[in-house]
Ligand binder design. Structure first.
Ligand code: ADP
Ligand code: MG
Length: 806
């Protein structure tokens, strides 16, 4: 790295303008030690109390006394330009009073090649360095700015096209917005730009009647470099500011009036601010640097201290007349040399190459993960994006999970989770748009919408766990078609309750009971089994199996009142934008007469079956009571006959004991046996009917719950513009107009059906309670847990009631 890099402070080089009138008595130059000593003789009239300082000693990084442009460039230009090519920002400032040689130093005398200054030499070196570094691709842009009386002038702007400029700062550093940055591809082009700018400057001087020494100029070489060979995606941006400052002479010396005074004040201010900035930069304790006080400091804010190489050439004019300015310049230069810089390479990233780099990194990380998985024995983990085929396969598995045919989807990667979420989303959207119902989840009685339906499903599942009866499978429910995954525990309980006589044709609501003739209608049933056995006894009137009402229930199923897959085909109602929601109880009635008609009828039918079972049980119980009474009567009669016979046997005739039983007594005994057998059958029937009754009560509960749930879904859909519940309706209007027409038609149909006694089934207490709970849930879904628990408690409480209704 260059010397420049090793210097942490701003380098200050003092250059003297050659003159034959050098004030050698006052100025002592010690070039070897880079020291300038100044001795100012005290004025003789000042007397002995004159305590003004008269001797100064200044030490700098380099003292260039009467040296050539070559030597100056070698000392100041070469390292800073090399740093520029390495990616470091640089600033080279020429400071000093007017006539001290700043412009000569920076631009040089254009008429003589040997006298060319730092700028043309820097340009030349930049292109030479570029040629020497073919492994990098460079882009060079040039800007040339003049600051005059705090105004910024774009010296490279096409005539009359100077834009508004402002100093802005972003993550790439600070720059002058609106200032031309002209791409230059070779030394000549770049020099042309320099001269073009010089011309523009002199034209401006002439037009404005000003001296070029009254303005600051900043010639900037912007460099962008990128490796051609390295796989690195770094793009390095660097810039070199070559600053020819306005004359630093103090106001007093050029004191005048009008325009000159104004110029002097601006120069004075900007250089004062430059000095303040430099002092602030030199003071490590200060965290605020007042860059914004002047255009100059603002433009150079990222080039005076911090991460760049800064070098100041202090030009002094070593004549006695300019001693004061020389001292002032040297003092300023000394302060400048205290500023510490820590140059860093300005590496930025090209977005495209950055993307490539990150892609490469991702690939490597995936490989690493795959290796890790192999090591720990996980071989099927997928980190690559899912292909369409894999997505379809995953979607299938998700549906299987919904249907309950797949217990679990093993989660292996975040990507897989995201894909699953996408499947859910796709299903939901399809559902919301009324797409193919077959694509929808079918399990868990998923007939409600995603909102309330989800909660209802959970509630339902919880209740089913409690109840152990039936299953809200999409396939509907009927006795004889037990749920595939129905709770076994519950089955056992029912089996225990079944009387021994049930061995013949036991009433067991599980798979073994498929032969049972009892069919409850739960929403619907896939071709419910018709009564075929019913061999509970010869008392067909009391036999559950042979009861005509039960067969009626079967017919109900056979009549095709239910949908083919067991879900009542609710008539679809399209969403209507939220509006005043009518009374839910009234709407429940509407629902039961309209879209929920089949389900309502199923509920009514099941309730009817329940009532009939209760009646049958009452009848059976009464019959048992009658039989028991008859048996008791007969027993009494037989006992009476026996007593009479015993009383008649006063002789204790042994022949009496071997004599045949009198016919009338035998008849009584036969009757007694028959009655006992009949009573036994009836008792068995009572036990079986009790089981059926219990089961019927549960089916009614479940059916009611489903009706309410589907009503909620429907209500949400109609009045809250929620998505249509899955499985509700086969043919669905697509357009809004169609949906509204369908809504109107449904309403009209309902209105016309109000006299339909078949569905006139007022809310019972349980239905009202369910409706109330669902209302609450819709008001505040967060209350789900509370109400689910409440509902469960209510259901628990309701169960014994239902059982004791008999
Ligand atoms: N090192 C030098 N060698 C020869 N001539 C110089 C040198 N420095 C300055 N001059 C001459 O002095 C004059 C004033 O210099 P200039 O660079 O215009 O001063 P400034 O820009 O500081 O006002 C010019 O004519 C210039 O040629
Ligand atoms: Mg000048």
């Amino acid at each position: 790295m260059t010397d420049m890099m090793n210097n942490k402070h701003v380098r200050v080089v003092v250059r003297t303008r050659p003159t034959t009138r050098f004030a050698s008595q006052a100025i002592e130059i010690i070039p070897d030690k880079n020291i300038v000593n100044i001795h100012v003789p005290k004025p003789e009239d000042a007397g002995f109390i004159n305590n003004q300082q008269s001797d100064w000693s200044f030490k700098f990084d380099k003292l260039l006394h009467n040296v050539s442009q070559d030597a100056v460039y070698e000392e100041c230009g070469t390292p800073i330009v090399r740093s520029l090519l390495d990616g470091y920002n640089g600033t080279l400032l020429a400071y000093g009073q007017t006539g001290a040689g700043k412009t000569f130093t920076m631009t040089g005398a254009t008429e003589n090649y040997r006298h060319r200054g730092m700028i043309p030499r820097a340009i030349s070196q930049v292109f030479k360095e570029i040629q020497a570094r073919p492994q990098y691709a460079y882009t060079i842009r040039i800007s040339y700015l003049e600051i005059y009386n705090e105004n910024m002038i774009d010296l490279l702007a096409p005539v009359g096209q100077s834009a508004d400029m402002a100093v802005v700062e972003d993550k790439n550093g600070c720059y002058v917005k609106g200032l031309s940055q002209v791409i230059a591809t070779n030394e000549e082009e770049t020099l042309n730009l320099l001269f073009e700018g010089e011309t523009a400057r002199s034209v401006g001087d002439h037009a404005l009647n000003r001296s070029s020494s009254r303005s600051h100029t900043v010639f900037t070489i912007h460099l962008e470099s990128k490796s051609r060979v390295d796989s690195s995606d770094d793009v390095i941006f660097s810039k070199l500011n070559l600053v020819d400052l306005a004359g630093s002479e103090r106001l007093a010396k050029t004191a005048s009036s009008g325009k000159t005074l104004k110029e002097a004040m601006f120069i004075n201010k900007s250089l004062t601010f430059l000095e303040q900035v430099i002092i602030a930069l030199a003071d490590k304790k200060r965290d605020h640097v007042p860059y914004r006080q002047s255009r100059l400091t603002n433009v150079l804010r990222d080039s005076l201290g911090g991460n760049c190489n800064t070098l100041m050439i202090a030009n002094i004019w070593g004549e006695a007349d300019h001693l004061e300015e020389t001292i002032s310049t040297l003092r300023f230069a000394t302060r400048m040399s205290c500023v510490t810089n820590e140059p860093v390479v300005n590496v930025q990233y090209d977005p495209m190459t950055l993307v490539k780099k990150q892609e490469r990194e991702i690939k490597e990380l995936r490989q690493e993960l795959a290796m890790y998985d192999t090591l720990i024995g996980r071989s099927h983990v997928q980190y690559e994006p899912f292909t369409d085929g894999q997505k379809a396969e995953l979607a299938k598995r998700v549906r299987a999970w919904f249907d309950g045919t797949d217990d679990e989807i093993e989660i292996v990667t975040l990507r897989q989770v995201k894909e699953i979420m996408n499947v859910f989303k796709g299903m939901y959207l399809q559902w919301a748009q009324g797409g193919d119902r077959c694509e929808l989840p079918k399990a868990g009685g998923a007939t409600g919408p995603a909102t309330a339906g989800g909660m209802e499903r959970d509630i339902s599942a919880a209740l089913e766990e409690e109840d152990g009866v039936g299953e809200t499978e999409g396939m509907g429910f009927s006795i004889g078609v037990a749920p595939v995954s129905g709770p076994n525990g519950r089955r056992k309980v029912i089996n225990k309750k079944a009387p021994p006589a049930a061995k013949k044709e036991p009433f067991v609501p599980n798979a073994a009971s498929r032969q049972s003739s009892t069919s409850f209608v739960y929403g619907s049933s896939p071709a419910p089994t018709t009564g075929t056995t019913g061999s509970g006894g010869d008392d067909a009137g009391h036999s559950p199996g042979g009861s005509p009402e039960v067969q009626g229930a079967s017919r109900f199923g056979d009549q095709g009142a239910m949908g083919p897959v067991g879900i009542p085909a609710l008539q679809p109602l399209p969403p209507i934008p939220a509006r005043a929601k009518p009374d839910r109880n009234e709407e429940f009635e509407t629902f039961k007469r309209g879209p929920g008609k089949d389900l309502a009828q199923a509920l009514i039918e099941n309730k009817r079956i329940l009532r009939d079972k209760k009646r049958a049980l009452v009848d059976l119980t009464a019959r048992v009571t009658t039989l028991k009474a008859s048996i008791t009567d007969l027993k009494t009669a037989v006992a009476r006959d026996r007593d009479q016979a015993l009383q008649a046997d006063t002789e204790h005739d042994p022949a009496l004991y071997s004599a045949p039983i009198p016919a009338d007594v035998q008849a009584k005994l036969d009757s007694l046996a028959t009655l006992k057998a009949d009573a036994k059958r009836h008792l068995e029937a009572v036990a079986q009917t009790k089981s059926e009754l219990e089961y019927a009560a549960r089916v009614v509960d479940t059916c009611r719950e489903r009706l309410v749930r589907e009503f909620d879904a429907w209500y949400l859909q109609v009045y809250c513009d929620a998505p249509a519940p899955a499985g509700v309706g086969e043919a669905r209007p697509t357009s809004v107009a169609e949906r509204r027409t369908a809504a109107a038609a449904a309403a009209a149909a309902v209105a016309g059906m109000t006299t339909d006694a078949s569905v006139a089934d007022p809310l019972d207490l349980a239905e009202q309670f369910d409706l109330m709970l669902n209302d609450k849930l819709m008001e505040d879904p967060a209350s789900y847990s509370y109400y689910a628990a409440l509902k469960r408690r209510q259901r628990r409480g309701a169960k014994p009631q239902a059982r004791t209704l008999m």
